[in-house]
Design a protein around this ligand. Sequence first.
Ligand code: ATP
Ligand code: MG
Length: 561
Amino acid sequence: MTAPDAAGPSNFIKNIIEEDLKNGKNDGRVHTRFPPEPNGYLHIGHAKSICLNFGIAAEFNGLCNLRMDDTNPTKEEVEYVESIKQDVHWMGFDWQDRMYYASDYFERFYECAVDLIKKGRAYVCDLSPDEMRQYRGTLTEAGKESPYRSRPVEENLDLFERMRKGEFPDGSRTLRAKIDMASGNINMRDPVIYRILHAEHHMTGDRWCIYPMYDYAHCISDSIEGITHSICTLEFEDHRPLYDWFLDELGIYHPQQIEFARLNLTYTVMSKRKFIQLVTGGHVRGWDDPRMPTISGLRRRGYTPESVRSFCDRIGVAKAASTVDMALLEYCIREDLNRRAPRVMAVLRPLRVVITNYPENQTDELEAINNPEDPSAGTRKVPFSRVIYIEKEDFMEDPPKKFFRLSPGREVRLRYAYFITCVDVIKDERGEITEIHCTYDPATRGGDAPDGRKVKATLHWVSAAESIEAEVRLYDHLFIKPDPEEDEDRDFISNINPKSLEIVTDCRIEPGLAGAKHGSKYQFERLGYFCVDSDSSPGKPVFNRTVTLKDTWAKIQNAQK
Ligand code: ATP
Ligand code: MG
């Protein structure tokens, strides 16, 4: 794997950082973080954030931390933590010794809360969740102050300590910031800082029964770690005044929050909550199902880290929300694999072809080019014999005008082999074609006729005796609509594409692929790029089609011109 490029394309966040550096802000330090909540596997949207945060650190000689934002004990699991670490490393980035957990700071968060209470900036509130909602007001209406808002500091300190000790049941009390119930920004209407939750935490066990809220914990975590630029997605723009308020009231080091637009992709959804629905509902085979836009799904599908990073560079970083065409992601992997993937021949739906004038019990070794894009990849030998397989759809008994492949009486080229002519079609009692008979021209060995005669088609093929059987999984979009969530009244699940997975079990592949390692990638000539799946067994390799060879992105680009 090649290392990420030091400098990707420019964007507004980099411009801010360059300006800060020019002005000597933060003593010339640049320190970012990637702060996932370990409540699911990472997706391609997170990849954008990873490239941005780690990329900026690399480009400006700074640092980037990996931080588990694990303040919600009920949804978080160790399995997710491990998958996040694996995915960030796979993307090509390294946090060195700076892997942190927000839960490491629970004691510090508590001290800060006590500090806010002492400053008269936080109070214990006894309103129930329902009452609190009623008091909050609406976008057009100011909220109402809680009757507990003016509790004396001493009473707040006492109650908050007893909340921590576990004296009160879940939901009975909260600690709230005392800001402004009439604020035009609802986030500033005395937001909850702590809630009571008697729940086991994956890191702290049962040590705590009060847990800090995201907005409160996040800014203090950034401050503790000396983060200079806290980069997050657009939905936090309205939370920035609160981010700033906490740090200003506490009088602690104050990072700068900068928001950018999250990535959305066509034909998929992009949220861990929805992925959980897909996984637990059995709509996909797991978090790493090759149809999922999770990083683990893309990896299993055959995407390379280089292709995902190149995608992230291409989509850029902006303030305005937009949806990126899935075809661009596919273009990026095609471009990468075109350079690197060895070419091989495989037949998805085999049709038996007997070369009647080829001697029985003879095998020929023909030379095939491994990668026309990369001469250093060299050549290999492919066995040829009297019985071969071609693709069923490459033969038609009664071809329409535009069909140039094999049909009775027609001559075509077998890639790297010979010209063959179809002389007979053999059928069973039901009239189904069981095999076809052809003759070959020995003078065309290697694929060219010395007399200069031309054929209109070149077919891929494998030798029947030497080829091995394989299972191939073909994928289509997971959803039938570009925006599976466009219809608010319908669940996105109803837009799942029933044909998103097709399993073909009796494919034939070149014998050279017998021991192909899990994860290795190939171009099956004319069929697309394929990757060896972890379900492979010694006798039977399983391949995922990563992407077809058809570049729909170029088509979209041309149509727009
Ligand atoms: P989801 O809605 O999928 O659960 P999230 O935003 O809750 O996503 P977090 O684990 O909180 O997920 O996100 C970690 C980081 O990744 C955050 O900084 C977040 O802003 C960023 N991020 C999440 N989704 C996207 C996206 N679609 N595009 C870009 N960045 C994203
Ligand atoms: Mg989240």
